[in-house]
Design a protein around this ligand. Sequence first.
Ligand code: FAD
Length: 492
Amino acid sequence: MNNTTVLIIGAGPVGLTLACEMVRRNIPCRIIERSAAPQIGSRAKALQPRSLEIFDNLGIADKLMQQGYTELPYRKYNGPEMIGESPRKHFLRNDTRFPKVLLLPQYQVEAALRDKFEELGGKIEWGTELADFNQTDNGIVCQLQTPNWTEDVNCTYLVACDGGKSTTRKKLGIAFIGETHQEEQLWVGDVEVEGLKPDAWYNWLSAEYGLAFALFPFKNSNNWQLQAAMPADAQGKIPTPTLEGFNQLFKERTQIQNVSFTNSTWQSIYRVNVRRTEKYRVGNAFICGDACHVHSIAGGMGMNTGIQDAYNLGWKLAAVINGNAKDELLDTYAEERIPIADWLLKAASERQKAMIAAATAGKGAFETLATNDGTQLDLNYRDSSLGINNPHPQTELRAGDRAPNVQLANGSWISEQLQGAGWDLLLFGDADIPAAGSLNVIKVKDNAIVDAYKISSGVVLIRPDGHIALIADEVTAVAAYFDKLVGYKGIE
Ligand SMILES: Cc1cc2nc3c(=O)[nH]c(=O)nc-3n(C[C@H](O)[C@H](O)[C@H](O)COP(=O)(O)OP(=O)(O)OC[C@H]3O[C@@H](n4cnc5c(N)ncnc54)[C@H](O)[C@@H]3O)c2cc1C
């Protein structure tokens, strides 16, 4: 039987992020994808600042920044009449290189991740489905199915990144708790648009439908995403979307005759589900992304949260596989990410309600969704057992917080000095460490860092996912941290 260490199910944005995390740490892994080729639908069209930081660490953020918009205004209509336009809302801050949401289709995000994965030596196995699996004492025996053959593979860890309809989740017997909102359904699709300038997000508001129609252009592309609220019948059904249907509905709801759609590459129905799995781990099988949480698309956070799940799990799997940490480290994946999913489900539902209320009242739509917490930069793991959360007298930063990025006097960013995939230690004042093992040690000399961290002496230990593990006065606390909390052999 063939063997691998990590088998990743699904080459969506979440599986691909995890695959990059594995391969760049030299962890043997395979990633299988049921579809024969990449997905074509635009689906997620917002990369949030925290995801951009993660992609910066993977080396793909600058390329993606070239491919998307950050400034498209919100243009509102009531039928044929334009009733207003507001600029894109930003939550500018100086502790990140990426304060603005990047607007681009999900297929471009996936393409950048695939390119990175392949550059790192990985290979996606297309047309390959996880048909069945069984956990044994010696690993997980998986049956892979392609159109032409079946293959048995023994893996040490299996990670289900197989989307909202995850069959792996079902096979693991994990309940997906929550609700389906039959009344909240949309037609979604991709079209080329004749008759409109691609310089805004267009929203048609209506008392009857809320969001009667919406169109979103993409940069350097003729493709636009389309969304329209569709009332369901008594059985909870809505008609199947088609290009003809898109054209007809647009004319009916907007009374605009000189705009038309052609070349639709994707048509789909989106139904709001608000659900999360009761757990994220069964034995050596884990679950990530839409497979463990689904919610309204309002606020654009589903793909982003999944990417951040994978980023949390990736370094932990690598540390345990490399013998640098105890298996218990893997339990902190669920401990840290389930509270984030709970916040996400609540926040997305609240945003959905607020948007529909504003649209129904003719006040606006997508601009109501832009909120500071949507940047995901302030999500933290303060309550995690992986942090030593002693309040520090000098700073408001705490263990579990995202380590702030800082621009230095010479214009570079501290993120450029941090390790791509390992632990970093910032030494402030006279703090010193005799033997640092694989830790990347930065002796802080630039006042900009002191000002940003508000620490003049002591140490800050930063985890491989960019969150603070420890803030302490004495460097001895670092070895104690590794001994007690991770069993990590990062320093000798
Ligand atoms: C209209 C729309 C707009 C959206 N807007 C946003 C947004 O602005 N921001 C945002 O963050 N999110 C948004 N989302 C949500 C986003 O698309 C999802 O959260 C994201 O796709 C989840 O990624 P994933 O990798 O978890 O799952 P998926 O993208 O669903 O990928 C799962 C993959 O697993 C494969 N697979 C399934 N079963 C198997 C199997 N047994 N074996 C092998 N492969 C398998 C599937 O073929 C698929 O390719 C939007 C979604 C829609 C529909």
